[in-house]
Ligand binder design. Structure first.
Ligand code: 13P
Length: 254
């Protein structure tokens, strides 16, 4: 049984006081010991504050990106070791906004994944197709390449504690959601690809769905056998919405 994971990607939102208020809302409303793992991914500069506020809770902390270097002359960047040092357990790698807005190609994403593992962080590798790619029937090819390029650089062993997030680009922040059947089909393909490299890894790896997951569609998505949780953007910025999605995930455990 894979432990469901609900992760809130806060992207570049909020302020110090909003970070505090949101964490307060989540921690005060969250049921403990439900068997669902909860993770928040605040903005870099608020990680320390978040760590402090989460210290007495089971909520995990993660970052939205890292740079694949140790330390040195990389102005503006943050390494995996630094993230670990401020209490992060997870880090996003290859989010579609990084791939498109910041032109991160397959080699850089793979290097980031490898660096995250080497720093003792659990990478959440984000993959997904654009609307055009889906319409061209290229969904599987695109995702296969996004995963294969990481396996080539980091090795399948590096996926031991990793998570994969399927985020169809056309569903991110658009209000459009993959249907539970569409999402399940892609999740199954991803699991089969991992199985071709390592059967046990495929059984244990958690594959999250992301892309306009909200309180009212979470239960149907999470009911699918290969959807092990959610990577939530917009709805993670409202404590009640996020808590409702966490609640929906509890049904997977029962
Ligand atoms: P939305 O939930 O706002 O669509 O964002 C999804 C996402 O990109 C999470 O990483």
């Amino acid at each position: 049984m894979r432990t469901p994971l609900i992760a809130g990607n806060w992207k570049m939102n909020g302020s110090r006081s909003q970070t505090k208020a949101l964490l307060h809302g989540i921690t005060s409303g969250l049921q403990e010991d439900t068997g669902v793992e909860i993770l928040v991914l605040p903005v870099f500069v608020y990680l320390e504050e978040a760590r402090h506020l989460l210290s007495q809770t089971s909520i995990q902390l993660g970052a939205q990106d890292l740079y694949p270097g140790g330390s040195g002359a990389y102005t503006g960047e943050v390494s995996g070791h630094m993230l670990k040092d401020v209490g992060c357990g997870y880090v996003l790698v290859g989010h579609s906004e990084r791939r498109t807005l910041f032109h991160e190609g397959l080699p850089l994403v793979a290097a980031k994944f490898k660096a995250a593992v080497e720093a003792g962080l659990k990478p959440i590798l984000c993959v997904g197709e654009t609307k055009q790619q889906r319409e061209n029937g290229a969904t599987e090819t695109v995702i296969r390449e996004q995963i294969e390029s990481v396996i080539e650089v980091a090795g399948i062993g590096a996926f031991h504690d990793a998570v994969i997030a399927y985020e169809p680009v056309w569903a991110i922040g658009t209000g459009l959601t993959a249907t539970p059947e569409q999402a399940q089909a892609v999740h199954l393909t991803i699991r089969e690809q991992i199985a071709q490299n390592h059967v046990d890894m495929a059984k244990r790896i958690r594959i999250l769905y992301g892309g306009s997951m909200k309180a009212d569609n979470a239960a149907a998505l999470l009911a699918q056998s290969d959807i092990d949780g959610g990577l939530i953007g917009g709805a993670a910025l409202d404590a009640n919405s996020f808590l409702a999605i966490c609640e929906a995930a509890v049904q997977k455990v029962i």
